[in-house]
Design a protein around this ligand. Structure first.
Ligand code: NDP
Length: 251
């Protein structure tokens, strides 16, 4: 019997990287009901088939959801099928870094995409799901995937780091706001993780992306997924409030 048995867990950005790895780690652990969301729904359908056939008792609902579209967030959460409607855990993982630029060269369209995805999307998801938590007696877990970039920025990462600093501040604000409830709010700050993230960051230039990992043995999505599972399976009054996880080259 696992603490996650029967729990309904929604992950944003579950089609790749940390989100996908976290879905797998949860499926290994318990008979959870997973709502897996992202824009690439075909990938989520494949993941559903894989998880449901490998892990007995796991149920998966794949949903197309662009978190940067606030209306889509609201309507998706409002129209969940009954079996998945009472969310217990929200994992706000969807996010991206676009372009590595000096401020003088920023592409404002990319800037808005990052802010709308990493910040506005995460706030919209939190608002929609925390209403369910309150309706269910004020209980549930929110896990926000921020970054060590929220603590200290790297050159030409101004916008991305700014969005992650906003995620960190929003996380602590929600934690304070819910102090008299059984809602737990967790922040995970990964360092470098080997995912599609850097390829997206350099507009699909994989060779350039691979160079960014040179001299470092990065984390895997699984490393971060394991930490998230650890956080959401603690005793009810234990909160993994802020956890940094980094490869040794960044320690
Ligand atoms: P990936 O690029 O591998 O995965 C990103 C995920 O986010 C994909 O599933 C993608 O799905 C989804 N996504 C992107 N935009 C949207 C959107 N508008 N709506 C819904 N889903 C979206 O990156 P990671 O797994 O590495 O990143 C996950 C999180 O971890 C991000 O928040 C990132 O900032 C953070 N992080 C990553 C680090 C790293 O080194 N990799 C370090 C620190 C933090 P789809 O394209 O199908 O929509």
């Amino acid at each position: 019997m696992s603490k996650l048995d029967g729990k309904t867990i929604l992950i944003t950005g579950a089609s790749a990287g940390i989100g996908k790895a976290t879905a797998i780690e949860i499926a290994k652990t318990g008979k959870a009901k997973l709502i897996l969301t992202a824009r690439r729904v075909a990938v989520l359908e494949e993941l559903k088939a894989e998880l449901e056939s490998k892990y007995e008792g796991v149920k998966v609902l794949p949903l197309k959801l662009d978190v940067s579209n606030v209306k889509e967030v609201e309507s998706t959460i409002a129209s969940l099928p009954e079996e998945f409607a009472n969310i217990d855990v929200l994992i706000n993982n969807a996010g991206l870094a676009l372009g590595i630029n000096f401020v003088r060269d920023l592409d404002m369209q990319e800037t808005m995409t990052m802010v709308n995805t990493n910040v506005v999307g995460l706030i919209a998801m939190t608002k929609a799901v925390i209403r369910i938590f309150y309706k269910n007696g004020g209980r549930g877990d929110i896990v926000n995937v921020s970054s060590i970039g929220s603590q200290e920025c790297y050159p030409r990462g101004s916008v991305y780091c700014c969005t992650k600093a906003a995620v960190s501040m929003f996380t602590s604000a929600v934690r304070r706001e819910t102090i008299d409830t059984r809602i737990r709010v967790l922040e995970i700050d990964p360092g470098m993780v080997l995912t599609e993230f850097n390829t997206v960051r350099v507009h699909g230039d994989k060779a350039f992306a691979d160079k960014l990992y040179e001299g470092c043995d990065p984390l895997t999505g699984q490393d971060v997924g394991e930490l998230i599972v650890f956080g959401i399976t603690r005793r009810e009054n234990v909160v993994l409030a802020e956890a940094s996880i980094v490869p040794s080259c960044q320690a």
